[in-house]
Design a protein around this ligand. Sequence first.
Ligand code: ZN
Ligand code: ZN
Length: 348
Amino acid sequence: MLTVNAYAATSATEPLSPITIERRDVGPHDVLIEIKYSGICHSDINHARSQGRPATYPTVPGHEIAGIVTVVGSAVTKFTAGDRVGVGCMVNSCRECASCRDGKEQYCLNWHTTTYGAIDKDGTQTQGGYSTHIVVNDDFVVHIPEGISLEAAAPLLCAGITTYAPLRRFGAGPGKKIAVVGLGGLGHLAVKLAHAMGAEVTVLSQSLKKIDDGLRLGADQYHATSDPATFVQLAGTFDLIINTVSAGLPVDAYLNLLAVNGTLVNVGISGEPLSFNPFSLLLRGRTVAGSLFGGIRETQEMLDFCGEHGIGAEVDVIPAEQINKAFERVLSSDVRYRFVIDAATLAG
Ligand code: ZN
Ligand code: ZN
């Protein structure tokens, strides 16, 4: 066992605080990673505060992990010490079900093992990336290409793949009109990725506050959803709308922005039911869809794509002691566009 420094939530209401946790010995198929950076995802906050399913405390969040391999198990062939690697939202799956065999481990029919807050195959609770080291099965580790800095790569492991997967699945590319709802951690990467895929990209944001950023990141158009004229002007326009906003969405208003056969895909997480008029779908052949991050193969494909196109997240690197403040700022959408923890500051 390896004792490592981390930041943990000790209850649903206490601020996160320094802690030490145990990492398992490196097994034949394991990789020990020295974590360099760990992104702060909105899901981390929900988990730390037991919003959604109850967490078991203490719990260490973090599923946007970028670091360097320091030790590899005896049976590991894909990685060697010194490799730049990433770990995202899952660290295991059953490997046997139809989804796993199809490379879609995120949809494992026996449930994938989340990077934190799950019981791993060895019976221990998984602890995430707000720590200095992590031991992960090599099948759930991906290479980070040279050309993306590790801090800019970290958020790609959740926010990047979460937006890349539906863009690919629904055919983003030249001649396609894509709208991205919300210019936050997910949205800003959706804009960069869709632009790099050759699609025409429109940001639909509450206000025009971030318009300069949006256009700089690759958007062709930027509209405020607080302006009713937006919904008139853009009616019937988009082949795909990616909704990154977790708060309740007036679905009919957005469906009306879709072209014939267009798709509204939800990647933001909200427990609230969606409600819409079925005629909004039927009369234009539209689809409402959902998407959960991506499989390991596709995550590697996404990173390679980002390497080729020079895409990384826009990050605000913070020391560990600012994690609690960062949580508050994420909740008030006061971040451009992802906080990333400098893991060196966890060393204590
Ligand atoms: Zn996430
Ligand atoms: Zn499976």
